[in-house]
Design a protein around this ligand. Structure first.
Ligand code: SF4
Ligand code: SF4
Length: 477
């Protein structure tokens, strides 16, 4: 078995050396502020293959979910154009403020719980940025540009390398596809198909949105890359507050690894050497360019690549795997970790309460929303012979899954004459329709104002009595 001799720890990838500014510089920047390109070496291992399976399942879900429908409605649709959000066939409107608030609260509390338990498992295993970058774009890059060393050699030549042109062309096509998948979540596959089937001249707005999104995708995956996680993503910043000492993290076992030392041909069995042979395989494979041996860092997205890289090294030097592993800060320090902690108990209780309230309110939502408004311009008009006419605008939002016909009735009639051009009012499923009603009263029938109700009945169990004040001469406005 090879032996090792200790040596001073090698400079970390973001140690800028003598004369550089003291303190830590971003792992993806050079000391002069220029971009430090990260060219990670792929580490194949047990976690890589598990993540590969999860990644392709997720890619299939990202692409397939916008096509899935329940009760003729999409399973998920964040329809920002029409301000409607559909989850599992239930549509929420901006007026569903309480429901939307409860939904967001449930999502946030679930993220808090998952982070407290499993750390940044979302970043490493589920985030579309990681999934597309590591399992679509980077494999293509390796196909065209070769492994890390070949990519670095190309970088060293400086300037744009024509050899990379074909790769960027493929990135461009993929970016257009990813952009279309992304947009399908927000506008729906039908609308997207409509945009795609029309000429850019006929549909400039739709074309511009698809074009801009595709360009942004290209910039992200071809150029911006890990900066999205390191610089932009707010989740990286709030994780410090969400993690505790017992949260699952990817960490290097300092006690086992240090003092680190390079392999030599000399056998020095009496030296007390740690298991880390300072091969830097864990650093070269890191997609955010950090050295996990420096401890928990904000840039770490828990992608497990360093675990696989180090396990391969441990296998080669016949040491137990797990020098870098999933563990917790508490377990590393004391050997004992806790699963049940106060926050891990409180979060599920809070989630149960909030999700329960959400489920109850969602299942008790009214089948339709009726809004009544006064007519535009004058509140009332006086015609020939002193006949007073009030114009009333009635809006019905049908939240049901089928079209409904709403019968309208004015109560009490009391000698009033009313004209409702659309009665019954037909409203398609999940749409809102506004109609105008004219109420005429004989001279002197309304002194100031008169209270009435408009009774709405869909004949299928939904009824509503909406109050309204008719105005006449002498009304206080
Ligand atoms: S891969 Fe393992 S042995 Fe190599 S430098 Fe990293 S921690 Fe040390
Ligand atoms: S330190 Fe390890 S787990 Fe964290 S981002 Fe780098 S390779 Fe992934």
């Amino acid at each position: 078995m090879p032996s090792v001799v200790p040596e001073a720890p090698a400079p970390a990838p973001h140690d800028n050396g003598p004369g550089s500014a003291p303190g830590r510089v971003l792992s993806t920047l050079n000391e002069d502020g220029t971009r430090r390109w990260v060219r990670p070496e792929l580490a194949r291992g047990r976690f890589y293959y598990r993540r590969l399976a999860v990644a392709w399942f997720l890619i299939a879900s990202f692409v397939g979910l916008p096509f899935l429908h329940v009760n003729n409605k999409p399973v998920f649709l964040l329809d920002v154009l029409h301000r409607r959000f559909t989850f599992f066939g239930a549509t929420f409107l901006p007026t569903d403020t309480v429901l939307l608030m409860l939904l967001m609260l449930t999502i946030f509390l679930t993220i808090f719980l998952l982070t407290a338990l499993f750390g940044r498992v979302w970043c490493g295993w589920g985030c579309p940025q990681t999934v597309y970058m590591e399992y679509v774009f980077r494999p293509i890059e390796r196909l065209f540009d070769g492994n890390r060393n070949k990519q670095l050699a190309l970088d060293d030549k400086g300037g744009f390398q024509p050899k990379r042109l074909l790769k960027f062309a493929v990135f461009g096509i993929l970016s257009i596809l990813v952009a279309n998948v992304f947009l399908a979540w927000f506008i729906g596959v039908d609308e997207l198909g409509h945009w795609m089937s029309q000429s850019p001249v006929e549909h400039p707005a739709g074309f511009s949105i698809v074009f801009i999104t595709s360009v942004l995708m290209f910039i992200d995956f071809a150029w911006f890359r890990e900066q999205m996680c390191v610089v932009v993503c707010p989740y990286a910043r709030i994780q410090a507050a969400l993690l505790d000492k017992d949260s699952l993290i990817v960490a290097y076992d300092n006690n086992r690894g240090e003092p680190r030392g390079k392999l030599t041909k000399v056998k020095l069995d009496d030296l007390k050497i740690g298991d880390c042979i300072d091969c830097k395989a864990c650093v070269y494979t890191c997609p955010t360019n950090i050295d996990i041996r420096e401890g928990l860092q904000m840039e770490c997205i828990s992608c497990t690549q360093c675990i696989d890289a180090c396990d391969t090294v441990m296998d080669k030097i016949k040491k137990p795997r797990g020098l870098i592993r999933y563990t917790s800060q508490a377990k590393l320090a004391t050997g004992v970790g806790k699963v049940l902690r106060l926050r891990v108990i409180l979060y599920p209780i809070a989630i149960a309460i909030v999700a329960g309230a959400l489920g109850y309110l969602a299942s008790h939502r009214v089948a339709a929303e009726v809004t009544i408004l006064r007519g535009i311009a004058a509140p009332f008009t006086e015609g020939e012979g002193g006949v007073v006419t009030n114009q009333v605008r009635l809006k019905i939002h049908n939240r049901g899954d089928d079209a409904r016909s709403y019968k309208l009735e004015l109560r009490p009639l009391d000698g009033l004459k009313w004209i409702a051009p659309e009665n019954p009012l037909r409203v398609p499923a999940d749409h809102a329709v506004t109609t105008t009603i004219f109420v005429e009263s004989q001279p002197g029938a309304i002194q100031g104002e008169k209270s009435i109700e408009i009774h709405v009945d869909d004949g299928k169990g939904f009824t509503a009595d909406v109050p309204f004040r008719l105005l006449g001469p002498g009304a206080k406005q």
